[in-house]
Design a protein around this ligand. Sequence first.
Ligand SMILES: Cc1ncc(COP(=O)(O)O)c(C=O)c1O
Length: 377
Amino acid sequence: MSADQFIPVCEPVLAGREDQYVADCVATAWISSAGAYLNKFEQGMAALCGVGQGVACANGTAALHLACAALGLAPGDEVIAPAFSIISTANAIVQTGATPVLVDVEPDTLCLDPVQIESKVGPRTKAIMPVHMYGHPADMDPIMEIAGRHGLAIIEDAAQVHGAAYRGRPLGGIGTMGCFSFFANKLITTGEGGMVVTNDESLAERLRLLRNLAHGRRRFEHEELGFNYRLTNLQAAVGLAQLERLEEIKTAKAAIGDRYNANLGDLRELTLFWGKARPKASPVMWMYGLLLPEGLDRDRFMERLRGRGVDTRAFFLPLNRQPLYDGSRRGMPDLRGSFPVSEDAGRRGFYLPSGVGLGDEQIDRASQVVRELLAEG
Ligand SMILES: Cc1ncc(COP(=O)(O)O)c(C=O)c1O
C-alpha cells in the first residue's frame, strides 16, 4: 500500500480565504491576541449561535474551563455531566474544585439522558453540562426544563456541532454558555482554538477577564485567579475564513455520511448513527461513528483496518473508567459507577475517515474494507 492510498481519519481543508487573511495579519503585524480577525470571528460565531457575545480562547478544553470558572464554581459545588465524553468536560469542572456528577447517555444519540438527570440534582448542584455528541444535539427541552426548575446554569459542550440546531435553535446558543473547539478535526478549525458564546454580557465580561490573567483595575494587579487562554488574530483569521464556508462544509460532510450509510446500511450487525436524527434535531455530520457487533474485538478490528489503509479513532473511554478518576489519586474525585450505555459505546465504538476533503472512492474503499473484515469475522 502506498502512502497516497492511506485514508487518514480527518484532514483539515483550508480552501477559502485562509491564506489571504493570514497574509494580511503578517503584512500588518497583527499576529497576537488582538485584532480585526479576532473581533470578526467572535462576532461571527456569536451570530451563528444567535447570541450577542463570543469570547475566543486557546482551545475547547480552555473554553469549558473558562465557562466553569466564570460561573464561579468552587469546592462543594456539583455539575451534572455525561459519563460518555472527552476528559475535558470532567477536567474543566474539577479544575474549579467542583465535582462532576455523572449521568449515562441515550443509546441512539450518545448524549446526556434527560430522564436520569433529576435524581442527581441536589442542594450542591450548580449546573448541567450537556455534550452534543458526534454532531447530534442533546435533548435540550427537558434539560432546560429541569435547569429552569432548579435554577441551574447550562454549559453546552458544542465542540463537535458547529452549525447544528435543536428545534431550529443553534447549538451553543441555547444554554447559559456554549463552548466550541476549533481543533484540526472540527467542522471549523483554527489549528488549535476555542470559544465560549453567551447572551449574558456580564458573563462575557468575566470570561474575557479570566481569559487574560484577570488583570485588576490596574494592569498587573490581580485580585483573582485568571489564565492565559488567549487566541491569536492569526488563528482567528483562519477561523473566519472557515466560518465563511461552514454551509459548504456541512453539506460536504452530510454527503460523506449519506454515502457511508448507502454503503453500510444493509449490515444489520453494525449500529450506525448518522441519518437517524430525532425529529427536533438538525445534526451535523462530524465523524461517521459506528458500533461493532458484540464479540468482535474493536481495537483489533481498528488495527486490521489500519493494516489495509483505513485510519480510524476509538470512541471516548467513559469518564467513570478513567484512571485519573478511579478514587486513588489525591485530590481527584471518584467517578466510578455503572453507566452501561456509555461503557458499551466506549468499548464497541469507533469512527471511520470523515475529513471534509474525502473523495467518493476513499469512502467506498473504507466501506469495502469494513465489509471484508466483518465477513472474515
Ligand atoms: C466534546 C468535546 N469537548 C471538548 C473538546 C476539547 O476541545 P480541544 O481539543 O479544542 O481542547 C473536544 C475535542 O475533541 C470534544 O470532542
